[in-house]
Design a protein around this ligand. Structure first.
Ligand code: PLP
Length: 510
């Protein structure tokens, strides 16, 4: 026992009187915290580090080239007993962590969908961390709630969304972590509306059905599983030649399900699918939902951002039929992850679906009914002050600045699509309306797979793939904050060179 205590560097456990004495004798000024002056100094070092990173990010291999387990093996297996200098921590980030980072902020990052960031967003995030606010209730930080409500109302007007999504009408917006969470909340509210709020009481009875196209994001399937509908009750509706949902197939399936005694309740339509950036016909889908009394959720995760430019607003024609809508400033609006804006047309349904009020959260402001308590608008209780970074971004760029950069990305993607169209070796695999180009080499799946692997292991760019019409297809998505024409040109050159190299290896030199 004594040996054990010696190892902890402590005397035997004191009795109550000794405890009091010890408390009195404790060194009152001893603290392990970083004091404000040290914070000021190290904060400057960190900001310098970030600014340097932004300047040199394109010099790193875009896709991290480490092997599984390599980063962990390079780090000490145990935590330090004694605190270390900030200098050492920062050095280790550069030396040990950076090699395992895939550089999403590189201008040569063309994979998946972007996750772009910007100076004002990072600074807003920093301020949010400093304030350390937990904005679950209005009372726990009124500014956290009221700024969020204001910024989400701004965005309704900025993006040309229906005014029913504004907080001064029947609806309102809330910042969720991700589109996945937004879609889940939409489905939960739809489930409750369809069952007269009985499912919250009794659980699902296996009869509730949801619909989305075969091209909908996997988060819809996940939401269906979490919401207890059961995966078998998700109907994936066929798409047309442009990979957009076929409304007539949707109608037919709803009718069939009703005839089978099931309860259709929810349709998710996508504005810009993940695979190919297809646009589901919102007006026709919306009319079906209205006639059938189904909840229409619109998932506009990345592409919704383009609606800030009036000339691209046609992508959301029919959004006035939507019961809920979400898009991600963390994808394409220069706002660092995470930030999804989720709107409902009737907030009372969402709140009734998710509200639980234990005694310890009761307060006069909530009881007055005069405030929004965002804890009732999403799954988790606690919430960060995310609107701060979005507010910083919108105020820094202004609508004009945001439009400028979105338009530029779309122009660059169009330029790239034009180059693809001009060659005989490559073909476009889907219409390129905004910032995504789906294309492939004519030499077939195996060739395209090897081409992608070669490009990504070279480190000069990063792109990913999908399958369209059962063919392996490359995707190049332009959306990084610092991507310029030279990066897209370089990417095209790299792609052509790598393809030529592969072709030569296959057939031998001409
Ligand atoms: N919906 C669509 C159309 C997407 O493309 C994505 C991700 O790429 C998501 C949803 C999921 O986004 P999140 O990571 O915000 O959940």
């Amino acid at each position: 026992m004594d040996e054990a205590l010696r190892r902890w560097g402590r005397d035997p456990i004191p009795g109550p009187a000794e405890v009091r004495n010890q408390e009195v004798n404790m060194e009152p000024r001893k603290s392990y915290h970083m004091n404000p002056e040290d914070f000021r100094q190290h904060g400057r070092e960190v900001i310098d580090w970030i600014a340097d990173y932004m300047k040199k990010v394109e010099s790193f291999p875009v896709l991290s080239q480490v092997e599984p387990g390599q980063i962990r093996a390079s780090l000490p297996p145990d935590p330090p007993e004694n605190g270390e200098s900030f200098q050492r921590i920062l050095e280790d980030v550069s030396k040990l962590i950076l090699p395992g980072v895939t550089h999403w902020q590189s201008p040569n990052f063309f994979a998946y969908f972007p996750c772009n960031s910007s100076g004002p967003s990072i600074l807003g995030e920093l301020m949010s961390a400093a304030l350390g606010v937990q904005g679950m209730l209005w009372i726990t930080s009124p500014a956290c709630t009221e700024l969020e409500t204001l910024v989400l109302d701004w965005l309704v007007d900025m993006m040309g969304l229906p005014s029913k999504f504004r907080s001064d009408k029947t609806g309102g917006g809330v910042i969720q972590d991700t589109a996945s969470s937004g879609s889940l909340c939409a489905l939960l509210a739809a489930r409750e509306r369809a069952t007269g709020f009985k499912t919250n009481e009794n659980g699902c009875d296996g009869r509730i059905v949801a619909y989305a196209s075969t091209q909908a994001h996997s988060s819809i399937e996940k939401a269906v599983k979490i919401a207890g509908l059961g995966r078998r009750n998700l109907r994936l509706i066929d798409v047309d030649a442009n990979f957009a949902l076929r409304p007539e197939d949707l109608s037919r399936q709803i009718r069939k399900d009703r005839e089978a005694g099931l309860l259709p309740c929810f349709v998710c339509a996508t504005v810009g699918t993940t695979s190919s950036n297809a646009f589901d016909p919102l007006s026709e889908t919306g009319r079906i939902c209205r006639e059938e009394g189904l909840w229409l959720h619109v998932d506009a995760a990345m592409s919704g951002v383009a609606a800030i430019c009036p000339e691209f607003r046609h992508i959301q024609d029919g959004v006035e039929f939507a019961d809920s809508y979400c898009f991600n400033p963390h994808k394409w609006m220069f706002t660092n992850f995470d930030c999804d804006c989720f709107y409902v047309a009737d907030r009372s349904v969402l709140i009734r679906t998710l509200s639980v009020l234990p005694e310890y959260l009761k307060n006069k402001a909530t009881e007055s009914g005069a405030v929004i308590d965002y804890r009732d608008w999403h799954v988790q209780l606690g919430r960060r002050f995310r609107s701060l970074k979005l507010w910083f971004v919108i105020r820094h760029y202004g609508i004009e600045g945001l439009r400028h950069h979105i338009r530029r990305h779309i122009e660059l993607a169009k330029q790239f699509a034009g180059w693809v169209r001009e060659t005989d070796e490559f073909e476009l695999a889907a219409p390129s309306i905004l910032n995504l180009v789906c294309f492939r080499h004519v030499a077939g799946d195996d060739f395209n797979r090897r081409l992608m692997e070669r490009l990504n292991s070279g480190g000069k760019l990063y792109l990913t793939h999908t399958t369209l019409d059962s063919k392996f297809t490359l995707r190049l998505c332009v959306g990084q904050t610092s991507t310029e024409e030279r990066h897209v040109r370089l990417a095209w050159q790299e792609i052509k060179d790598a393809a030529a190299g592969l072709a030569t290896e296959q057939t031998g030199p001409a």
